[in-house]
Design a protein around this ligand. Structure first.
Ligand code: ADP
Ligand code: MG
Length: 238
């Protein structure tokens, strides 16, 4: 069953064709990684899925009666409110009308404990490392129990060791949420480690797709194939 389908998705900013006839269906519960060099339209696609931007032509269809499912979004920067503590930042959604009634007040505390961060509950964002702050941003999105989690290069501003720690941490969180996930990344290893399926976006078009990534047995061959297709703008040094 599909969570969402994009048909003939085209996006222009003036004369700049940023998404060119993109067609993609995402299964409910699927973890999709979107790889692509900088400027290929990844963030634009994510912003369209998040409802922050609309298509110039084409459609996005949602499985459940045409409405967007509860959605959480995480960007490259944590965007925490500096005057709120960690637990207050994670509980932020309860301040908004859309979430006020169904927000589970215990859940932020449960999430912090479950994901090894209860010692940080009363800290302010200025007292966190980059990796800790980004974990808080992810938990803030998780705290609304989203059915769709959209992540735009959430770890790319972090150092490589922290990035690898957060990979495992995110895998555990996603397993708990049972959400549909779209992860934008230009890190091939991150895409392989986390996703069920990888699509390669290139100048606004989906150029390749790899299925059954996590269950695929031959990861070195898969990696070599992806790297051959994908010329990232910055070469990651392992
Ligand atoms: N709000 C905007 N207004 C005008 N051009 C934009 C806007 N957002 C993105 N673009 C352009 O769209 C193209 C793709 O950008 P983006 O989706 O951010 O790519 P990526 O995330 O893959 O680096 C770029 O050429 C960028 O300049
Ligand atoms: Mg981007």
């Amino acid at each position: 069953m599909y969570e969402l389908t994009v048909d003939c998705g085209t996006k222009k900013f003036g004369d700049n064709l940023v998404l060119d006839n993109v067609g993609i269906s995402i299964d409910r519960g699927e973890f999709l990684a979107v790889l692509g060099p900088s400027g290929s339209g990844k963030s634009t696609l994510l912003r369209i899925l998040a409802g922050l931007e609309s298509l110039t032509a084409g459609t996005v269809r949602w499985s459940s009666d045409g409405a967007r499912p509860p959605t959480g979004v995480v960007f490259q920067q944590p965007l925490l409110l500096p005057w709120l503590t960690v637990i207050e930042n994670i509980s932020l959604a309860r301040r908004f009308t859309a979430h006020r009634h169904e927000f589970d007040h215990e859940y932020p505390t449960t999430l912090l404990r479950r994901f090894g961060m209860d010692g940080l509950a009363d800290r302010y964002p200025s007292e966190l490392s980059g990796g800790q702050a980004q974990r808080v941003a992810v938990l803030r999105a998780a705290a609304t129990r989203p059915r769709l989690l959209l992540l735009d290069e959430p770890f790319s501003a972090l150092d490589p060791a922290t990035r690898i720690d957060l990979r495992q941490w995110l895998a555990e969180l996603v397993a708990e949420l049972a959400a549909t996930v779209v992860l934008i990344t230009h890190d091939v290893e991150e895409a392989i480690a986390l996703s069920d399926r990888i699509v390669l976006l290139d100048r606004g078009r989906i150029r390749r797709e790899w299925r059954e990534v996590r269950t695929g047995l031959d990861t070195p061959a898969l990696r070599a194939d992806i790297l051959q297709q994908y010329q990232p703008d910055e070469v990651a040094v392992p």
